[in-house]
Design a protein around this ligand. Structure first.
Ligand code: COA
Length: 160
């Protein structure tokens, strides 16, 4: 998989499958993007190696500028976005949207779900612009006691 995308503002970026060799770069990006919720290394190793997980990186030259991971839960007919992040200096250029849409496509599930901190306005804006709606709220879900908002996008209705 390799998809080259351009936006009017951004230099060209390329989406590629990520794998365990990206451990260091994903770890750096997570720390930069999630001051409160950065995953421990073991979680990053899991998403980069477990079967059933879609992992895609956005590259500009040799630099990883974005990452998304989504888990296919076949029993629930649902794909879960486990993490999505874009380098702080490369935001607002369409990279987050491209990562999210590529992950949805590769998961190939009937619906996609995710949770987000209630205060995370940038992420909520991304999800709403990409067709997600809030379907629930998980009180005190995050570290520090912040509520989680549950968002969902129905890709293909279940016709039974
Ligand atoms: C959320 C995040 C991934 C968005 O990435 P991004 O590359 O800046 O997003 P995009 O440029 O693709 O923007 C996609 C849409 O979201 C909207 N959006 C993104 N950031 C926004 C902001 N700060 N204010 C308003 N709208 C915003 C844009 O309007 C855009 O809509 P459009 O394509 O119709 O114009 C990025 O801000 C990030 O990494 N945040 C920190 C990590 C994080 O919180 N991840 C989510 C955890 S649940």
């Amino acid at each position: 998989m390799e998809t080259t995308r351009t936006s009017p503002l951004a230099a060209e970026f390329v989406l590629r499958r990520a794998n365990w060799r990206d451990l260091g770069a994903v770890n750096e990006l997570e720390k930069l993007c999630f001051p409160l919720d950065a995953w421990p290394l073991i979680e990053i190793i899991s998403v980069l190696t477990f079967p059933g997980v879609v992992r895609i990186k956005a590259m500009q030259g040799q630099a990883m500028v974005g990452f998304v991971a989504g888990e296919r839960r076949q029993g629930e007919k649902t794909g879960w976005i486990a993490t999505i992040c874009v380098h702080p200096e490369r935001r607002g250029l369409g990279i987050g949207r491209a990562l999210l849409e590529a992950c949805e496509t590769r998961m190939g599930m009937e619906r996609v779900r995710l949770t987000v901190r209630a205060s995370n306005r940038e992420a909520v804006a991304l999800y709403e612009r990409c067709g997600y709606s809030q379907v629930g709220e998980w009180p005190r879900y995050y570290a520090g006691g912040e509520d989680g908002l549950l968002f969902e996008k129905v890709i293909a209705p279940d016709l039974g």
